[in-house]
Design a protein around this ligand. Structure first.
Ligand code: IMP
Ligand code: MG
Length: 182
């Protein structure tokens, strides 16, 4: 285990099993729709890239992959809710089935913004799949089609999640020691 990590929440094997389950569920749910209208997986850079790469390979349907980059102002550890688009989609999503693959649902402000923005482009459907949902008070009510795991209200790293751009490449999901970020 990395010395800056206080506790491993989910191992590489736990994650692989859960991603495979979610991929199978999505395959069943979108089987007819994906072929007819098209299915687009979207991830928000950079945290969700690893989850989306694994999830895409667990879905046995034709699909497109696209990426967005957002920036949120305020202090780095907390989302301020003021979000701007740094990189937009390259794909036209109108009439297609869209799944947002997110790394972690924290305040929910990022997803609230993204859902409103993408809904305006008239996709055939729009759903959220998040690897983690953090147990925080006053989280925005975001309907998630699938949630990988629930996690405690600490600073979570690994499997794409960073602190100051580090730890994204840890193969497991863990809690960062408070002394590292305080
Ligand atoms: P929001 O508060 O739900 O808008 O979360 C926005 C983004 O903050 C997430 O997509 C993550 O990229 C990042 N984030 C939130 N909590 C954590 C965490 O515990 N570790 C690393 N990144 C996080
Ligand atoms: Mg993110």
């Amino acid at each position: 285990m990395h010395p800056d990590v206080a506790q491993v929440l989910y191992s590489e094997e736990d994650i692989a099993r859960r991603v495979s389950e979610i991929g199978q569920a999505i395959t069943a749910e979108y089987a007819s729709k994906a072929v007819e209208d098209g299915l687009v997986l979207i991830s928000v850079l950079r945290g969700a890239a690893i989850f989306m790469a694994d999830l895409a390979r667990a879905i046995d349907l034709p699909l497109e992959m696209d990426f967005m980059a957002l920036s949120s102002y305020g202090n780095s550890a907390k989302s301020s809710g003021v979000i701007t688009v740094k990189k937009d989609l390259s794909t036209d999503i109108e009439g297609k089935h869209v799944i947002i693959a997110e790394d972690i649902l924290d305040s929910g402000l990022t997803l609230e913004f993204l859902l409103e923005m993408l809904q305006a482009r008239k996709p055939a459907s729009l759903a959220v799949v998040t690897m983690l949902r953090k147990d925080v008070p006053d989280q925005a009510a975001i309907a998630c089609k699938h949630i990988g795991f629930e996690c405690p209200n600490g600073f979570i790293v690994g499997y794409g999640l960073d602190f100051a751009e580090r730890y994204r490449n840890l193969p497991y999901i863990g809690v960062l020691k408070p002394e590292v970020y305080e």
